[in-house]
Design a protein around this ligand. Structure first.
Ligand code: GDP
Ligand code: IMO
Ligand code: MG
Length: 426
């Protein structure tokens, strides 16, 4: 049974957690394939809110094996704290499988992240300072430590010495910071974190393939999103991994022939947290309204998200680079009070109309959005459970986005709760 991918199509926080949880009901395995605790995925079940950073969103179902894949960068301290939080709320984490091939985040990665951001001054990216970039940089430099290294303390210490030597040279010589202590890290990782995580460390790639061979459903859960992708996003204002569908294969250990469905999660408007270009950004009352009603503050950093109108040029690009088979549209209810809705259908640049994403970033920084206006519905839709009961203006908005992006919208979110969604499949 080929796998399904859930991928963000915008700048993150589209509602991937909620929709992964929804789709997960029919799955056996849910695999997080990239990113780290820069992610914040929220699921609301019977009024109770779960904010997940590393544990896959399928964890709330007893029948699912949640897997942290090889493409993820893991801060063990955060993972353990998240497992404790879940256990306290009555969620069983016993089935969690942590890939031995996943890379570890260390405190020096966080130090470097913060120091590098500081050194950039006004050109900073607005990272989450979780050490994500430096951890992936070490992976690419081949000086990173993997989860499996903790299982061999001698190797772990040897590798840590090399990696820390490099990190401390950077911290002190380049940024003038304080060096990080070797023993403190080695003791915490080997004596404190390893005993807690050991039962969960294993062969995630094997587990994924056993499930696929047994015709079980496998769901690959992305963190971040298409426009934060290090290859396809608004570089350098991106994260350091590949959240797009291609990254799902490499981050979970499967090839394209084992994937049949790619669900793009898309907010009914746009948000972005951190710096970088944002053609449809709103700086007016409507923007503030979307922040207030949409509670647009970072799930775990608390930062205010920037807001804007839906951008169909971005939607078409996300469709291309992810091979989207369908969309899940979220937070439609947040538009309930607006008189008029705008959708960016193209960009204008130096008198030319651009239907597709310009490859040159300098162009993107200088485009003017071309909008089409649609009437709002001015009705509370959060309790609606059937597609047929939606106000006609809401159905027209959905149909317009579908037509603009060129992919069917199969699920529509009308509230944060597990039951607050509509089936839209034909
Ligand atoms: P993720 O990072 O993509 O998983 O998204 P986040 O969890 O960071 O942010 C999405 C927020 O929107 C969360 O607070 C969700 O509970 C909430 N949410 C998801 N879908 C809907 C929806 O359809 N309507 C409303 N009102 N909230 C939603
Ligand atoms: P989820 O999975 C929104 C943003 C940061 C910053 C940039 C780089 O919840 O959608 P990083 O710490 O990754 O080096 O920061 O990426 N960013 C996110 N924005 N949602 C996320 O995750 C994000 N993860 C990273 O704000 O602009
Ligand atoms: Mg989030």
């Amino acid at each position: 049974m080929p796998a399904t991918i859930v991928v963000g199509t915008q700048w993150g926080d589209e509602g991937k957690g909620k929709f992964t949880d929804l789709v997960a009901k029919e799955m056996s395995l849910v695999v997080r394939y990239q990113g780290g605790h820069n992610a914040g995925h929220t699921i609301v079940v019977d009024g109770e809110r779960f904010a997940l950073q590393l544990v896959p969103s399928g964890v709330l179902y007893d029948h699912i094996t949640p897997v942290i894949g090889n493409g993820v960068v893991v801060d063990p301290r955060v993972l353990i704290a998240e497992m404790e939080m879940l256990i306290d709320k009555g969620v069983d984490c016993g089935r969690l499988l942590l890939s031995g091939n996943a890379h570890l985040i260390f405190p020096y990665h966080q130090t470097l992240d913060a120091l590098h951001e500081r050194s950039l001054g006004d050109a900073k990216l607005g990272t989450t300072k979780r050490g994500i970039g430096p951890a992936y940089a070490d992976k690419a430099m081949r000086i990173g430590l993997r989860v499996q290294d903790m299982l061999d303390p001698k190797i772990f210490r040897q590798k840590l010495e090399g990696a820390l030597g490099h990190a401390n040279a950077m911290i002190t010589s380049v940024y003038g910071g304080e060096p990080v202590d070797f023993d403190e890290i080695a003791n915490a990782y080997l004596d404190e974190y390893l005993p807690r995580l050991r039962p969960h460390i294993g062969d995630a790639i094997g587990a994924v393939h056993e499930a696929l061979d047994a015709e079980q459903h496998v769901l690959l859960e992305g963190a971040q999103a298409t426009f934060l992708d290090v290859d396809y996003g608004t570089y350098p204002f991106v994260t350091s991994s590949n959240p797009t569908a291609g990254g799902a294969g490499t981050g979970a250990g499967i090839g394209p022939r084992d994937i049949s469905r790619v669900i793009g999660v898309t907010k009914a408007y746009l948000t972005r947290v951190g710096f970088g270009p944002f053609p449809t950004e709103l700086f007016d009352d409507v923007g503030d309204h979307l922040v207030d009603v949409g509670k647009e503050f970072g799930t775990n950093t608390g930062r205010r998200r920037r807001t804007g109108w839906f951008d169909a040029v971005m939607g078409r690009y996300a469709t291309r680079v992810n091979s989207l088979s369908e969309l899940a549209l979220t937070k439609l209810d947040i538009l309930d009070d607006l008189d008029t809705l705008k959708v960016c259908v193209a960009y204008e640049h130096e008198g030319k109309r651009l239907e597709n994403m310009p490859y040159h970033q300098s162009v993107l920084h200088n485009v003017t959005p071309v909008y089409e206006e649609l009437p709002g519905w001015k009705t509370d839709i959060s309790e609606i459970t059937e597609r047929a009961d939606l106000p006609p203006e809401a159905s027209a908005y959905i149909a317009f986005l579908e037509q603009q992006v060129g992919v069917p919208i199969n699920l529509v979110g009308v509230g944060p709760g597990r039951r607050q969604f509509l089936h839209f499949a034909a």
